[in-house]
Design a protein around this ligand. Structure first.
Ligand SMILES: Nc1ncnc2c1ncn2[C@@H]1O[C@H](COP(=O)(O)OP(=O)(O)OP(=O)(O)O)[C@@H](O)[C@H]1O
Ligand SMILES: [Mg+2]
Length: 216
């Protein structure tokens, strides 16, 4: 089955501005009458949100790398089958806050796990579905960290990782975009919010046109 909708993902290190831009993109699509849905990973469904809690709880600091990656993929399998695929089949534009590239960058580059093995397990979890387009917000690790610090929320288990971990994750995202220049766009996450959303919306117009999804 070829999905009729459009599957968009927003990626980058913690604090790069993903959630801000997901909200902006969905608002813009809704204003123009495009059927769309915002969702996130890990999570997006009741079961996957339970797995999210396991993954993000700082109590679980003893979690080993293979357990971590398999939990992310378990949550993704549930999310894809229960929520993403049905929406795409209905012609909905799905805007997802993190997806497979987060696993490649965090577990592959960040944790140093075998990337090919991670990618194979990911394909099993997603039943082969890949995003139509992925926006990656590239940002200096210290700026991203300061942003999160200013939000005054307590750090989750992943955010407790070292600066060198996040530098590897950032590098991973950059390398992934370089290897997939058609499907992925690298944006400078240090630019102002409005400027970034204008860039994204103009790319969305192009993608909607390509898929011939009606918009005003
Ligand atoms: N382009 C930007 N310039 C300045 N501040 C920004 C920009 N984008 C987002 N912010 C601010 O940075 C903080 C983090 O943004 P946001 O929550 O969107 O990041 P995130 O990538 O979703 O983070 P997380 O990975 O923790 O979910 C928020 O306070 C947000 O208002
Ligand atoms: Mg967020």
């Amino acid at each position: 089955m070829i999905p009729k909708g459009l599957f968009l993902t927003f990626e980058g290190v913690d604090g790069c501005g993903k959630s801000t831009q997901v909200a902006r993109a969905v608002e813009s699509l809704q204003r123009r009458g495009v059927a769309c849905m915002a969702t996130r990973e890990p999570g997006g469904t009741r079961i996957a949100e339970k797995i999210r809690s396991l993954l993000l709880s700082p109590d679980n600091d003893a979690m080993v790398d293979r357990c971590e990656v398999l939990l992310y993929l378990a949550a993704r399998a549930q999310h894809v089958e229960e929520k993403i695929l049905p929406a795409l089949a209905d012609g909905v534009v799905v805007v997802c806050d993190r997806f497979q590239e987060a696993t490649f960058a965090y577990q592959g580059w960040g944790r140093g796990m075998n990337l090919q093995a991670v990618q194979q397990c990911n394909s099993f979890a997603t039943a082969g579905i890949t995003p139509d387009h992925t926006f990656v917000f590239d940002i200096n690790i210290d700026i991203a960290h300061t942003r999160l610090h200013n939000m005054d929320k307590s750090p989750d288990r992943l955010e407790g990782n070292s600066r060198s971990f996040f530098k590897r994750v950032r590098q991973g995202y950059q390398d992934l975009v370089r290897s997939n220049p058609q499907r992925m766009t690298l944006l400078d996450g240090g630019r102002p919010i409005d400027e970034l959303s204008l860039n994204i919306i103009s790319k969305l117009d192009f993608l909607l046109e390509q898929k011939r999804i009606a918009h005003a």
